[in-house]
Design a protein around this ligand. Structure first.
Ligand code: COA
Length: 249
């Protein structure tokens, strides 16, 4: 377990909450590991029918911890935790509902491409500045986003790093619904309860058909990962991380 990841059970629903508000929910290696473990545990537990992924008010996630990126950029060890988490998402056996409020940067956006239903608040902005950071899309987003929102919107999101408001994200098909901040968690849990009330075997078959063959997605996550790790060590990336780290000085 990890101090920044809260796992709770509500009946047949397992919720995973990122809770590192002072860093706008930047995700560390230990947080990825805790989330991967929770997804696997929920998948393996016949009493759990649905996963929920949440952040804190104003911050779903500011993406991967940039200090961890900097460690790799300067020759340190990166670890496989993020890939274990991404593979757990891509292989998930139970539906996933996410609730997003506020900041959703990098993996804070791409997590949602793996979710079956995403609710977001009007003040949410989805943004993936991978290229601006000298990086490349991750989490299978280069495969999922064109399929989910079409190639041109995917290019705007992943190539140009354009921010998508919740309204634009809904129009593009990236998310299921926009709800107020006050209603967000109720809407997420109500949807999760609806999912949990369905006949689980039929729902699993239906969901598996909707997801299709997951092998190409898993292969893409690994391929993107190879490029991503190389890019972390590039001058373009190192300069971008240094600019972020020194911006308040
Ligand atoms: N990694 C590590 N720390 C991060 C972080 C990240 N991805 N995002 C934010 N933080 C930290 C900040 O350094 C700051 O810490 P400090 O108070 O010790 O200085 C704290 O979280 C609050 O961030 P701040 O920038 O002051 O908040 P903001 O509301 O002005 O801006 C963001 C929020 C998310 C827009 C901005 O922090 C940002 O652009 N972060 C980087 C996002 C990013 O590039 N992620 C990687 C994508 S691949």
């Amino acid at each position: 377990m990890n101090e920044h990841i809260q796992i709770e059970r509500r009946g047949a629903i397992q919720s995973i909450r990122m809770n590192r508000p002072d860093k706008k929910n930047a995700i560390t290696r230990a947080m990825y590991a805790a989330m991967a473990e929770a997804l696997a545990a929920g998948d393996g537990d016949p009493d759990i029918c649905c996963h929920v992924i949440l952040g804190v008010p104003g911050a779903f996630s500011s993406g991967n911890d940039l200090a961890d990126f900097m460690t790799v950029a300067t020759g340190g060890e990166g670890g496989r935790e993020v890939y274990d988490f991404l593979l757990a998402l891509a292989k998930s056996q139970k539906p996933i509902v996410s609730g997003v409020d506020g900041i959703a940067v990098g993996i804070g956006t791409t997590i949602n491409l793996h979710c079956d239903l995403t609710f977001a608040t009007p003040r949410t902005e989805f943004r993936t500045p991978f290229v601006d950071l000298g990086l490349v899309p991750e989490a299978g987003s280069s495969l999922l986003a064109p399929a989910v929102i079409g190639r041109q919107q995917a290019f705007a999101l992943l190539g140009l790093g354009e921010g998508f408001t919740a309204e634009r994200a809904k129009e593009a098909g990236l998310i299921y619904a926009v709800v107020s901040e006050a209603e967000l968690e109720a809407a997420v849990f109500e949807a999760a309860e609806r999912i949990a009330s369905k006949p689980p075997e039929a729902l699993k078959i239906a969901r598996d058909f909707l997801l299709g063959d997951r092998a190409p997605l898993i292969a893409r996550i690994e391929e993107e990962g190879v490029q991503f790790r190389n890019r972390l060590k590039s001058d373009e990336a190192r300069n971008a991380f240094m600019a972020f780290m020194s911006r308040k000085k």
